[in-house]
Write a protein that binds this ligand. Structure first.
Ligand code: GAR
Length: 198
């Protein structure tokens, strides 16, 4: 059974979608750890309700990113894949070195458009006709790294933040589990590199 760790900072609806597909027997994986950098985040309640161990931390309690990432690495116990699900923090060189090519992220835009915080608000402010969801490997940049998949979502003329967020979430909750299934069962070919398996 493949082991994954999920990193989240907020509500954790993507985390929940992953929990659900595992429960339904549709994703052959075990979530061995939730890492959360926001002690009040609802994602922690979801972990507790599903008996998933948590590492909860505040970055300000550590002298540097390298210090908390070193602690995280010790807790990960060599998981197969790290899944960022609304983790609003840059991954540093310490964690990247250890898990290079084995960290994925989901972002609510068609990257490279609208990286960083509030991608939905950015797309609405730019009066874009299209946005979407991107799943990509993580590198040292903010929402950069090789793209695995993108799905387009139309922004209608009367679109509100709420309606767009709902469409994006529906897409994310289907797309992330299916891409995790692909990565954990078949691997993936990116930029003509040799297929990666996990
Ligand atoms: C998701 O929409 C995810 O794509 C986004 O945060 C949200 C978390 O929602 N991630 C980023 O913006 C990363 N830059 P959730 O906590 O309900 O899963």
């Amino acid at each position: 059974m493949k082991k994954i760790a999920v990193f989240a900072s907020g509500s954790g609806s993507n985390f929940q979608a992953i929990i659900n597909v595992i429960r339904e027997g549709l994703l052959p994986a075990e979530i061995s750890l939730l890492v959360c950098d926001q002690p009040g985040a609802f994602a922690i309640e979801r972990a507790k309700a599903n008996q998933i161990p948590c590492f909860i931390f505040s970055a300000k309690d550590y002298p540097s990113k390298a210090d908390y990432e070193t602690e995280i690495i010790a807790l990960l116990k060599d998981v197969d894949l790290i899944v960022l699900a609304g983790y609003m923090r840059l991954v540093g060189p310490t964690l990247l070195k250890e898990y290079e090519g084995r960290i994925v992220n989901i972002h609510p835009s068609l990257l490279p458009a609208f990286p960083g915080k509030d991608a939905i608000g950015q797309a609405l402010a730019a009066k874009a006709n299209w946005t979407g969801v991107t799943i990509h490997f993580v590198d040292e940049g903010m929402d950069t790294g090789p793209v695995i998949v993108q799905e387009r979502i139309r922004i209608e003329e009367n679109e509100t933040r709420e309606s767009l967020q709902k469409k994006i979430q529906l897409t994310e909750h289907k797309l992330y589990p299916s891409i995790l299934h692909m990565l954990l069962t078949q691997g993936v070919v990116i930029n003509d590199e040799k297929a990666r398996t996990y």
